[in-house]
Design a protein around this ligand. Structure first.
Ligand code: C2E
Ligand code: MG
Ligand code: MG
Ligand code: MG
Length: 280
């Protein structure tokens, strides 16, 4: 089709394709190094209960690129997801999160950590053993670890993934559906899934409290989740108006810039660990 526009355009088209491919390739190669060169950093964002207490954190990875600076996940997760590179990266995040959970446990703190997992893990042989070994090696209660997955996974490889989830869930590991409401979710499948939590996507939270429609959707999700005994997390809480509106749902957890931005792990843990240090 490009050829119909003449030779010059074809050359231009091919050249820009080449550059595009080259930069993707470069970025992927650099990302591989990032893991071994310790350019990744674990950030944590707090999750709060209705009384404003921090009950847990979500692990969000950051990449300190030697020339580009801090690269946001949106710029490299999709690239990493094209190959098993994402599995390597998530393994690093799992390891760091497990170390943090062990630290919290040693300090007598009960906060949990949620880790985002690419669907690719579920097709890896040894996935279940990897998670079990991680928990045993670091020595924390399995229920402190939540694995966040997206609806896409459940539709792609429903059977195989569900079996692995169910096995880990028997150990106490929790499963959460991230960005809930943005996929092709059928409500029918919710009742049979081995999950513990739904995270309402920020696009439903952002228009609150002004939008009756979004209010109705959130209301529906919360009431379904409640009858199925799932925890619900509202993502992307940015304003006091949203926070106060959501207080009508007693068990609901909130996560968002209003309560705390994702921060380097030591900084995020400081409000919890510092009071312990000063009382002794
Ligand atoms: P997510 O899992 O849905 O994470 C929530 C995203 O929303 C994070 O973006 C977080 O920084 C952002 N966020 C939190 N509160 C607010 C708010 O009040 N307002 C707005 N506008 N945004 C808020 P982030 O850190 O850029 O991560 C983007 C996505 O990248 C994540 O979405 C997740 O899908 C993926 N991701 C991040 N870390 C990892 C990881 O370690 N492994 C995998 N597989 N994916 C990851
Ligand atoms: Mg998430
Ligand atoms: Mg999300
Ligand atoms: Mg997401």
């Amino acid at each position: 089709r490009a050829r119909a526009h003449g030779g010059g355009q074809v050359a231009f088209f091919e050249q820009s394709m080449g550059e595009h491919a080259r930069s993707r390739y470069t970025l992927q190669r650099e990302l591989r190094h990032a893991i071994s060169d310790q350019q990744l950093e674990l950030y944590l964002q707090p999750q709060l209960d209705a009384d404003g207490r921090t009950v847990g954190f979500e692990s969000l990875v950051r990449w300190h690129h030697p020339e580009r600076g801090l690269v946001p996940p949106g710029a490299f997760i999709p690239l990493a997801e094209e190959s098993d590179l994402i599995v390597e990266m998530d393994n690093w995040v799992l390891e760091e999160s497990a170390r943090t959970l062990a630290r919290l446990a040693r300090a007598g703190l009960a906060q949990g950590i949620s880790v985002n997992l690419s669907p690719r893990h579920f097709s890896q042989p040894g996935f279940v053993d990897k998670i079990r070994t991680l928990i045993r090696r670091h020595g924390f209660a399995a229920r402190r670890l939540t694995l966040e997955i997206t609806e896409g996974l459940l539709l792609e490889s429903l059977g195989a993934a569900q079996e692995k989830m169910a096995t880990l869930r028997q150990d106490g590991v929790r499963f959460s559906i991230d960005d809930f409401g943005t996929g092709y979710s059928s409500l029918a499948y919710l009742k049979s899934l081995p999950i513990d939590e739904l995270k309402i996507d920020q696009r439903f939270i952002r228009p609150l409290p002004g939008s009756e429609e979004d209010g109705a959707l959130v209301d529906g999700i919360v009431s379904i989740a409640r009858s199925l005994r799932f925890t619900v997390v509202a993502e992307g809480v940015e304003t006091a108006g949203q926070r106060d509106y959501l207080k009508r749902y007693p068990g609901l957890l909130q996560q968002g810039y209003l309560h705390g931005r994702p921060m380097p792990a030591p900084q995020a843990l400081l409000p919890l660990l510092e009071p312990l240090a000063t009382t002794h």
